[in-house]
Design a protein around this ligand. Structure first.
Ligand code: HEM
Ligand SMILES: *[C@@H]1O[C@H](CO)[C@@H](O)[C@H](O)[C@H]1NC(C)=O
Length: 324
């Protein structure tokens, strides 16, 4: 009887590990047999690109967010508009996204080694992971085996990705819906420690009157950088979110918002909202704690609802669905 029960448990354990809830079908080292150097190749390419165009590493982190919160981590973000299908990239929430062409560089290196084997969705995930390391962030072990969608979900972008001026409660509920709690959400916004913001996303805080949650001296500086209340969206100047360490994924972002130097409304509100404020304080005080929480939250984000097994496909070109 006892041996029957233990045999039963031993049969059950592998089943449980095979299908952990929410991330079924992806696993650590999915390409160990089919393309053993896959993760190494992605890391090499991300590193080489970073040394040529530093801001690619920044783009890979934003890509993961914009791909994974819209339905799933399925590289739907990367599809170009095609007959009857608008691209997620082309929607207004994706404004300012850049460096998509260098996804081709990474994909090309993978295709050379293992044709039609490594998904674009896994490139999105692993390039974000490796990009974070290039920017001085934490290393995150990630599972692989995501498949690529055949559809871009442009119509779902606006309801999945918050706007720059949305309330904290909207932002919190967006992330809660995919299993990321308040602490994790505050940590993820720390991605705004790197990269740029176009004037068009912040002039509402400067004109006609200065947003009272903005430090007055900082507002004067921003007005010089963004002198027109109606900036040309294509020819805008931009400011770094974090003037002290603009290329480092660190907790300076939290010190800045505590001193009222957040660029976007969504950044600054983390300080005004009593639900998020305590986490801002903790993250500002401890970079290691920020990195731990960022790593945890980015991992959850990277495992949102992946396509696996027979679902989707392995795109040969990340911009287009395969022609069969
Ligand atoms: C949930 C609320 C969020 C909102 C409303 C938001 C909004 C924005 C906006 C408006 C920009 C500036 C675009 C421009 O003017 O060029 C931006 C940049 C950026 N966002 Fe977010 N974001 C959010 C969360 C996140 C998360 C969770 C991540 C990643 C984990 C992220 C990563 C980035 C990065 C890296 C940039 C800089 C991109 C570059 O310099 O090319 N954001 N975001
Ligand atoms: C948020 O900004 C957009 C422009 O990006 C504007 O159309 C909208 O009215 C703003 N919403 C709020 C609540 O201020």
């Amino acid at each position: 009887m006892a041996s029957f029960a233990s045999a039963f448990i031993f049969l059950l354990i592998p089943l449980l590990f095979q299908f952990p809830s929410g991330e079924s079908g992806i696993e650590v080292n999915y390409y160990s047999e089919s393309c053993p150097r896959a993760e190494e190749i992605i890391k090499e390419q991300v590193t080489a690109l970073y040394h040529k165009h530093g801001n690619t590493a920044i783009s890979w982190i934003r890509n993961l967010f914009h791909d994974c919160v819209v339905k799933s981590c399925d590289a739907s973000l990367l599809l170009e508009s095609a007959s009857g299908m608008e691209s997620e990239k082309a929607t207004s929430r994706s404004f300012g996204m850049r460096n998509f062409k260098y996804i081709q560089t990474i994909k090309h290196a993978l295709e050379k080694e293992c044709p039609a084997t490594v998904s674009c969705a896994d490139i999105v995930a692993l390039s974000a992971r490796d990009g974070a390391v290039m920017l001085g962030g934490p290393y995150i072990e990630m599972k692989t085996g995501r498949k690529d969608s055949k559809i871009s979900y442009a119509a779902q972008v606006a309801s999945s990705i918050p706007n720059h001026n949305d309330t904290v409660s909207t932002v919190l509920s967006t992330f809660q819906a995919i299993g990321i709690d308040t602490q994790g959400t505050v940590a993820l916004l720390g991605a705004h420690s790197v990269g740029r913001v176009h004037c068009i996303n912040l002039v509402q805080r400067l004109y006609p009157t200065v947003d009272p949650t903005l430090d007055p001296d900082y507002a004067e500086y921003l007005k010089k950088r963004c002198p027109s209340p109606h900036p040309d969206p294509n020819a805008v100047l931009y400011s770094r979110n974090d003037r002290e360490t603009p290329m480092v994924l660190d907790n300076m972002y939290y010190s800045n918002i505590l001193s009222h130097k957040g660029l976007l409304v969504v950044d600054q509100q983390l300080v005004s909202d009593p639900n998020t404020y305590p986490f801002v304080k903790k993250m500002a005080a401890d970079n290691g704690y920020f990195h731990d929480q960022f790593a945890k939250a980015l991992l959850i984000l990277s495992q949102n609802n992946p396509l696996t097994g027979d679902q989707g496909e392995i795109r040969k070109d990340c911009r287009f669905v395969n022609i069969n």
